[in-house]
Design a protein around this ligand. Sequence first.
Ligand SMILES: [Fe+2]
Length: 166
Amino acid sequence: MNARKATKTEFRENIDRGTANTEKGAIMNNRRDFLKGSFLMAVGMVAGGSSTAFGSSGKFPAGIVYTRQDPGKWAEKIESHAPKVDVKGNKVTVTTEHTMSEKHYIVRHTLVSSDGRVIGGKTFYPSDKKAVSTHELSSGHGPKLYATSFCNLHDFWVTGFVLPNQ
Ligand SMILES: [Fe+2]
């Protein structure tokens, strides 16, 4: 992975690494499946190292991870599901512009470094008004981070981004 400073344009574009989802995989529609998927992804990140976390192609596993660039079967759901990131100082705010109701809501956010360290996480409940979480950055995580957001109906989404001024 390139550790150079990100330009503002690069940061705003929330550079994603993803894969087209051409396979119809199992839909993770409960928390247990979500946690299992998160664990497998973290294992993959750690096992693969920071520069080859998802192989030389830089792609996420098909049918597991959806991104703004590769929304797969959820192409109509990008704006309401791809997590948005705002960095101010050492705080990263992750927002999913998604409604929250008993039947359909955002379950959880995490912020993860490129070497698989979970910097922060927040679990939501249907009664929460918004899916917004703020995470404090510590040192040693490198410039490339991933914000994740899981919808109980529309699966696991990731937005990769590069911290400015790193
Ligand atoms: Fe959803």
